[in-house]
Design a binder for this molecule. Structure first.
Ligand code: PLP
Length: 350
């Protein structure tokens, strides 16, 4: 059965109207190349206004590039980057953070929910101080986590306090940063630089754009030579306006936050609709736009037979992700099918 919409990934979504319209506006005529255009200037200024900070802003093609190049700019090759064992930089970037930093090692903090704690950071940063082990230099956290959990402002503050004490920089992988802001109901500044974050990768792709993530340095000194890094890595778009203009549309219209709030609401709706089913468990609370369900294999097989696509690579359960375009009636269809699949599996087992 062909579904009108799938929730296997939030990257299945198309471009939201606000981003597309800005791209169309930017397409009227010619403009200076390599980021020297007025759209790129406007987008960077819009970020500075959004964060109430004189931050330095760069536009790259995707999250892997944003994370890898940001981390590389914080490290020498002999440094270590502390992250959760389930962090995207470790599990889904094909070694790009190590590659672009010429060998900085990722130091993994074991985690069963995706979050990293101040204690785990301290243990990794202070466990070895001899010359034979990489020197810890950076902590990276994912907000929201790959498991759909959101760090509170207090949690980020506690992490940045340990970082400051131990001389570590704090990087935030915000591939779904907007979803965290929508979930917390706080300003972008409160959960980043005001809480001690040095560099943020702000994802545009999963927020409704065609392509593109922004790298935001709250401490401009850390961005030294970052343009060269981007160029060398093949991340300097010659027609930069097509990466930057959509941000103007997203930020000025408020679509960045609306889109995220919609995804979060769809996740909360699905979670609520299946909460009473005896054999279905939420593996993680649905705090952002993800729902992770643990269910008997028979239920998952029945869902697949009903045409639903989903990944099962985290916790053995099914992951559903909701983007800006998630249709509430299709979310309801999915919930109804989960209910039906659960009842069917229960009857077969009896
Ligand atoms: C999607 C994602 C990224 C970026 O992935 P790309 O495919 O390189 O755009 C980075 N971090 C997290 C947590 C993600 O979910």
């Amino acid at each position: 059965m062909n579904r009108v919409q799938q929730f296997a990934s939030d990257n299945y979504a198309g471009i939201c109207p606000e981003a597309l319209e800005a791209m169309t506006l930017a397409n009227a005529g010619s403009a200076t190349a390599y980021g020297e255009d007025e759209w790129t200037q406007k987008a960077a200024d819009a970020f500075r206004a959004l964060f109430a900070s004189d931050c330095d802003v760069y536009f790259v093609f995707n999250g892997t590039a944003a994370n890898s190049l940001a981390l590389a700019s914080l490290c020498q090759s002999y440094h270590g980057v502390i992250c959760s064992s389930s962090a995207h930089v470790e599990t889904d970037e094909c070694g790009a953070p190590e590659f672009f930093s010429n060998g900085s090692k990722l130091l993994l903090a074991p985690s069963d929910n995706g979050k990293i704690t101040p204690d785990a950071i301290r243990a990794l940063a202070t466990g070895r101080s001899d010359i034979h082990f990489p020197k810890a230099r950076v902590v990276t956290i994912t907000q929201p986590t790959e498991t759909g959990l959101v760090y509170s402002i207090e949690e980020v503050r506690a992490i940045s306090a340990v970082c400051r004490e131990l001389g570590l920089k704090l990087h935030m992988d915000g591939a779904r940063f907007a979803h965290a802001c929508a979930s917390l109901g706080c300003s972008p500044a409160e959960i980043t630089w005001q809480a001690g974050v040095d560099v943020l990768c702000f994802g545009g792709t999963k927020n409704g754009m065609a392509v593109g993530d922004a790298v935001i340095f709250f401490d401009r000194a850390l961005a030294e030579d970052f343009s060269y890094r981007c160029k060398q890595a093949g991340q300097l778009a010659s027609k930069m306006r097509y990466l930057s203009a959509p941000w103007v549309g997203m930020l000025e219209s408020g679509a960045w936050l609306r889109n995220a709030a919609h995804g979060n609401a769809c996740a909360a709706s699905l979670a609520a609709q299946v909460a009473d089913l005896p054999d279905i468990e939420l593996i993680f609370p649905a705090e952002a736009n993800a729902v992770f369900l643990s269910a008997p294999e028979a239920v998952l097989a029945e869902l697949r037979a009903r045409g639903w696509r989903f990944y099962t690579f985290i916790g053995g359960g099914a992951r559903f992700m909701f983007a800006w375009d998630a249709m509430p009636e299709v979310v309801n269809d999915l919930a109804a099918d989960i209910r039906a699949a659960s009842a069917l599996a229960g009857r077969r087992a009896a």
